[in-house]
Design a protein around this ligand. Structure first.
Ligand SMILES: [Zn+2]
Length: 267
């Protein structure tokens, strides 16, 4: 038993069971199980992001300029200035923003700081700057916490993705198939309640520090839920399940982030 516990300890140490972020004011400290190297996940994220943008560009749907793009970029820059509170290494991240003109209610942030927004989310929900910042902060928080890498690590440990290393192999067909599998973990698999709660908490602090009203986080989830109750479908909700617990926690966290918002530069 002693030996077995020792072995588990060694495996845990090798796997790097540590928190990917610093706690911030909100205090997220959960240890994470990471056996897939960050370099592999980042390479997959980058290729997924480029593929997405190439397709959008070919269809004439990739927006690189204009008032809508500038607005999102301004918000992204203010949030990015606050991320070192959670991770010092983000100074090496090559942040990018992709705005895709499609009637899709979705937004993502892939590992390494690759942010995607769809015009449908901003237009259909008539998002304010504060609300955009809360959604973007939430997505950035998933990337800071490396939730995709954590889920890929869990999948690798249970044998779901046994040959992940081959994703980057020269064999094209094999590469594509495995990349599809891996991108499922990064982009399509619904987040766990625990990951969602961490992203909400850290996103709220990022937004508040960047001078965006954290109360908007509650409003945006209410808008999202209302939009999906009708005929419309919110892609965002398939990966970010909304529920009363989430809205209640976001409301309960307000007193902790309100002083950060009060002290923040609002422009
Ligand atoms: Zn989320």
């Amino acid at each position: 038993m002693q030996a077995r516990l020792g072995l588990i300890g060694v495996v845990a140490a090798l796997a790097g069971c540590a928190s990917s972020t610093m706690p911030g004011t909100v205090g997220v400290t959960r240890s994470q199980f990471m056996i897939v190297p960050a370099s592999e996940v980042d390479a997959l994220a980058l290729s997924g992001f480029s593929n997405q943008n190439q397709k959008a560009r070919a269809a004439g749907k990739l927006v690189n300029s204009g008032a809508e793009y500038d607005r999102l970029e301004r918000i992204a820059k203010r949030l990015q200035a606050q991320v070192p509170v959670f991770r010092a290494d983000t100074k090496d991240w090559k942040w990018e923003l992709a705005l895709i003109d499609a009637p899709v209610l979705n937004a993502t942030c892939a590992p390494g700081g690759k942010i995607t927004f769809y015009t449908g989310l901003v237009r259909k929900l008539k998002l304010t700057d504060d609300e955009i910042a809360m959604v973007m902060g939430h997505e950035i928080a998933h990337a800071l916490r490396e939730h995709g890498r954590e889920r890929m690590s869990e999948a690798k440990a249970t044998g779901t993705v046994t040959t992940l290393a081959k994703v980057l192999a020269p064999d094209k067909a094999l590469t594509v198939d495995l990349a599809n599998k891996a991108s499922y973990f990064l982009f399509s698999l619904p987040n766990s309640r625990e990951h969602e709660s961490e992203a909400d908490t850290i996103g709220l602090e990022l937004g508040a520090r960047a001078g965006y009203d954290p109360r908007a986080a509650v409003l945006v989830w209410e808008k999202m839920a209302a939009a999906s109750s009708g005929a419309g479908k919110a892609e965002f909700l398939s990966t970010h399940p909304s529920n009363e617990t989430r809205i209640a926690s976001l409301t309960a966290m307000q007193p902790r982030v309100a002083p950060l918002y009060a002290a923040a530069n609002k422009k």
